[in-house]
Design a protein around this ligand. Structure first.
Ligand SMILES: *Cc1c(COP(=O)(O)O)cnc(C)c1O
Length: 371
């Protein structure tokens, strides 16, 4: 699905010297590269504060802690996402409210959010799934009208851009009160281990977030709030500084591969290509098809026989997961999520796909559908 090896080979000289530099300095924790990376990412995103942390899941948890969300507060998010988004809501004792996504973009449905708002709702967590922004303008409008926080889950969309009706363009993660991302190796901006970060324009929140990531401490050994230990290693920060310089080029390579898929797979009956929304760029963390008529397993098997990987993100709706049975949602409560989880299929997508590989993959799918 991803080819981290070829990308490493291409950037080897810079990456090796970045890692060696940290080892030579022995500043493994909170070394200078961490702050430099935060500043460089701030500039790239056009946001006042980037606070690095241990991983994307921690970033989401720390965001909810920093906003002072309390047990019983309701948090609305999409049923069609990676488990991390909802896990932290439950861990903090908040009340998880799931809603269906929009079937075209796979992103949280604005009308479903509106219906789910109650007097106890405190936050909305839109996830920019597969590399395309959720429809942030109406989400922010709703949030403003109801006095809610918007926490963006940017783990799959670092570098994606959203266009507001007045023409303003903003980077994913800089439109809500806090943006949370992951630098897991396979993400669009990935390191060589675990990593994550929070983004915000709010100075006070930034100070609170920084303190929470560091055991609730602003002055050493004085603990003002209950915190956690969540840091980005200096080695990972040094790697990310190198890779951030290539992020736009990485995302363009993904878009080029997606354009190839689009061109070669269009017009096949029973295959729906990814929909590009008018308000967001798509940086294709995943290239995800919808396969109708129960032909998905058949196609997967056929791809597998040709040595082509494919994945189902995500096969089981969250409300059907054993760990979340206590939420008490009825099995048929989320028709869009249920349909999508039965139809989606993601094809190999990364920065190193060449024409030969793309032709091989699309040729295999085309021959299957011409039978
Ligand atoms: C990867 C991912 C996360 C979690 O990131 P980690 O760094 O693995 O903790 C959260 N949300 C979404 C949508 C993700 O894809």
């Amino acid at each position: 699905m991803v080819d981290l090896r070829s990308q490493y080979e291409r950037l080897k000289a810079d990456l090796d010297s970045a890692v060696a530099g940290v080892i030579n300095s022995t500043a493994f924790i909170k070394g200078p590269d961490v702050r430099l990376f935060e500043e460089e990412l701030q500039r790239y995103l056009g946001v006042r504060h980037v606070i690095a942390c241990g991983n994307g899941t921690d970033a989401l948890q720390i965001a909810m802690m920093a906003l002072g969300l309390k047990p019983g507060d309701e948090v609305i998010t999409t049923n069609f996402t990676f488990i991390a988004t909802v896990e932290v809501i439950e861990l903090l004792g908040l009340r998880l409210v799931l809603v269906d996504p929009d079937p075209d973009t796979f992103n949280i449905s604005v009308s479903a959010i509106e219906k789910a708002i109650t007097p106890r709702t405190k936050a909305i967590v839109p996830v920019h799934l597969f590399g395309q922004c959720a429809d942030m303008e109406p989400i922010n409008d709703l949030a403003r009208r109801h006095g809610l926080h918007v926490i963006e889950d940017v783990a799959q969309a670092t570098g994606a851009e959203y266009r507001f009706a007045d023409g303003t363009v903003k980077k994913a993660g800089t439109m809500g009160i806090i943006g949370c991302t992951s630098f897991f190796p396979s993400k669009n901006l990935g390191c060589y281990g675990d990593g994550g970060a929070l983004f915000t324009d709010n100075d006070e929140l930034a100070a609170m977030i920084r303190s929470i990531t560091n055991h609730g401490m602003r002055v050493r050994y004085y603990h003002d709030t209950i915190g956690v230990n969540s840091r980005l290693d200096t080695i990972q920060a040094a790697i990310l500084r190198v890779k951030l310089r290539h992020l736009d080029e990485f995302n363009e390579a993904r878009q080029k591969a997606a354009a190839w898929y689009d061109r070669e797979l269009s017009g096949l009956t029973g295959i729906t290509l990814p929909v590009r929304s008018p308000y967001s760029s798509h940086i294709f963390h995943q290239y995800t098809l919808r396969i109708a008529d129960d032909r998905r397993n058949d196609l997967r098997e056929c791809l597998e026989n040709e040595g082509i990987p494919s994945m189902i993100y995500y096969p089981v709706p969250l409300h059907m997961q054993k760990a979340y049975a206590h939420l008490g949602y009825p099995a048929d409560g989320f028709p869009v999520t249920t349909r999508l989880s039965g139809e989606v299929l993601s094809l190999p997508m990364h920065t190193e796909l060449d024409d030969e590989q793309l032709e091989y993959i699309t040729g295999c799918i085309r021959s299957k559908y011409n039978q």
